[in-house]
Design a protein around this ligand. Sequence first.
Ligand SMILES: [Zn+2]
Length: 285
Amino acid sequence: MRKWVFAFILVILLSYGISQLNVKSAGEDKVDIENGSLPQQDSQMITVSKEQMYKGDLLLVNNDYALHPEGIRSDIVSLSDRQDLVQGYGLLDPSIQLSESVAKDFGEMVEGAKKDGVEHFLISSGYRDADKQDQLYRDMGHDYALPAYHSEHNLGLSLDIGSTTAKMDEAEEGKWLKKHAWEYGFILRYPKGKEDITGIQYEPWHFRYVGKAHSAIMYKQDLTLEQYLDKLKQTKAMSITAGGQKYTVAYYPMVGNGATIQVQQGKPYEVSGNNYDGVIVTTYA
Ligand SMILES: [Zn+2]
């Protein structure tokens, strides 16, 4: 009898432990999005220069908005020279380049997919300089390529991802990315049904790095980058909890040669321009 009671208690304890584990991971997956700005206390206003509007992870680069040279990532690397970065996936050709930090986040994403048994990834295109983009535009034409300085590939923040097993639309790699890329700071940039907004046909292979706070909001609220930047401008500020981290995201207009932004003492923050009329400040709360 005593043995039976002991076994019973053990089972209860074990299942309690397992349920606690589940609660923890469910909590970390939870995303909360609200309107709301930084508190006034311990805050100060600082001014950032106009140049800041043309730099950062949230730049809108499309047919209407060309990138400015300062928007090109300064950490572009040749991936074939960096086998330490290229782990668990292939390169379509050895000349592929990308922002080093974006490549690191991509590597983490590939690792995450592997845990779900999805592991046949390939990068087919990364950073393209203006000459390469110009050549592509001449070869492919207006319907299939963007002119130089108008493609996100010219920033170093975008990449085309393939699968070695099937077309991305049908491949497990494509399906997994559609569902999970936001957890690593990436968005499917040209989704199906949003062609009127992006001006680009559905591209199941083209992913863009924007940062985790932003990719979470865009994914959960089904917004393209165009729509998200527009929404931020309307709502001014949002707070979000994703991946166990809390962020405040706020938009400030560029007035003349500067934008006055609110920052909070002791809280790290990042500033990115939208490439047309203001900056977005992401504060880690
Ligand atoms: Zn692309």
